[in-house]
Design a binder for this molecule. Structure first.
Ligand SMILES: NC(=O)c1ccc[n+]([C@@H]2O[C@H](COP(=O)([O-])OP(=O)(O)OC[C@H]3O[C@@H](n4cnc5c(N)ncnc54)[C@H](O)[C@@H]3O)[C@@H](O)[C@H]2O)c1
Length: 392
């Protein structure tokens, strides 16, 4: 398909701002329409990016006959419903994570996309981040032998002094709402853990996580300090600072650990990083907002250590992050990569790398973690019923 691919973007907040650069930088893509139920924001966004059609109603956007793709960047509770409506209208879909709030909700949207024969890409940016894609490539090339263990580290994200976030607390209040965020008493975990589970399976060659155990804690413990300043999150009454998991392959396991100001702790490395331990080597890699991965005093984005060989280091010179004070380009290239991937999948009629069922899987693992924290026991992912939700 060489014709121009016309896109309509709905939900014009932080995520849409990152997506739009992906479309604007692809020669075959054109953002023809935008939509937000906040008319002022829709008009300003349309004007800023020179977009012809500005809607305040999703029903009108989705039935615009000139659009081939709907990009859904609205709050989480709208994702599955908007995906199903876009599929029924015959549009290809790029939908932000978390894809759904329950397995049942997500699978209904997946079925709608299958029935319509449209492409559905879930915007799981962690599997489109250059450093993670390079780590996967090295692992596939056998650089560290069979990957056996994954360790993920999470500290606070630090905003750049000059950034492009709209910091409107009222508009972002959905993030704290149990039903709108989907996370019940664990809105932060629900919004973010999908990234960590997606990474855990992606860097383990798509081996599925079988069972999850979350260590629950009362929050706090350190001095009261702000976390990621742009978000409305407050120190939660319940915290999940550590999650461990086993894979279907019993030799493999993983752990994710969070220490940031928002949960009363402080990890000076900031952001996200991952270590993959293989049979013959290890890879350390920076993720969202990450920095301070040093080798011989120099900042690196990925470090590869192998038995009996020189350590190799990689940097991805992509112009830096647009939002975080970070060594890695998350809000730059991570989002651009995923948008370009969808456009290419449409042009070449190829499979998308992270589809609806993948998005539902990450949510299912997240729900297993929340249930584990609530019940104080390991929870098999398969035990999470289709109807199970983290909110009342
Ligand atoms: N992949 C990533 O790295 C990443 C980063 C940020 C956010 N996200 C995800 O993207 C989604 C949006 O997050 P955000 O931070 O951009 O939110 P946001 O609050 O900044 O923006 C959401 C926008 O949606 C609009 N909206 C709400 N209801 C609407 C409706 N019915 N119709 C049209 N517009 C509507 C709001 O007015 C607002 O402008 C969330 O699910 C979030 O988890 C993903």
């Amino acid at each position: 398909m060489d014709a121009e691919i016309c896109v309509g973007v709905v939900g014009l907040g932080l995520a849409a701002t990152a997506h739009i650069r992906g479309y604007l930088s692809h020669p075959q893509a054109r953002v023809l329409a935008v939509c937000d139920n906040d008319g002022g924001r829709a008009a300003a966004f349309g004007e800023q990016h020179g977009i012809e059609r500005v809607y305040t109603s999703y029903a009108e956007l989705v039935t615009d006959g000139d659009l081939h793709v709907i990009d859904i960047a609205t709050p989480t509770f709208l994702h599955a419903e908007m995906t199903a409506l876009a599929a029924e209208a015959g549009k290809h879909i790029h939908c932000e994570k978390p894809f759904c709030r329950s397995v049942a909700e997500g699978m209904a949207a997946v079925q709608a996309a299958k029935k319509a024969g449209v492409k559905l890409l879930v915007g799981e940016t962690y599997v489109f981040l250059s450093s993670h894609m390079k780590a996967r490539e090295l692992i596939e090339d056998g650089a560290i032998g069979r990957p056996l263990q994954i360790r993920q580290r999470h500290g606070a994200w630090h905003r750049r002094a000059q950034h492009e976030l709209h910091i409107d607390a009222a508009a972002r209040a959905w993030r704290l709402d149990g039903a709108k965020s989907g996370g019940g008493r664990y809105p932060w975990i629900f919004d973010h853990a999908v990234h960590f589970f997606a990474t855990a399976e992606y860097l383990m060659g798509d081996t599925q996580i079988d069972e999850v155990y979350a260590v629950a804690a009362s929050a706090g413990g350190g001095p009261s300090r702000g976390g990621a300043e742009h978000d409305p999150y407050r120190t939660a009454e319940v915290d999940i600072p550590i999650i461990t998991w086993r894979y279907a392959d019993p030799e493999r396991q993983g752990v994710w650990m969070r220490a940031e100001r928002l949960n009363g702790k402080y990890d000076f490395m900031h952001g996200f990083s991952t270590t993959v331990v293989g049979e013959t080597g290890i890879i350390e890699v920076l993720g969202e907002g990450g920095h301070n991965l040093l080798w011989q005093g120099e900042q690196q984005h990925l470090v590869l250590h192998r038995e009996g060989q020189e350590t190799a280091c990689f940097r991805f010179d992509e112009g830096g992050d647009r939002v975080w004070a970070s060594e890695i380009s998350y809000y730059g290239m991570g989002h651009v990569n995923q948008v370009h991937h969808l456009i290419e999948a449409i042009r070449q009629n190829s499979l998308v790398r992270y589809g609806g069922e993948d998005g539902v899987r990450a949510v299912r693992c997240t729900l297993a973690a929340i249930r584990s924290a609530q019940e104080g026991r390991p929870v098999p992912v398969a035990e999470v019923e289709e109807s199970y939700k983290a909110y009342e």
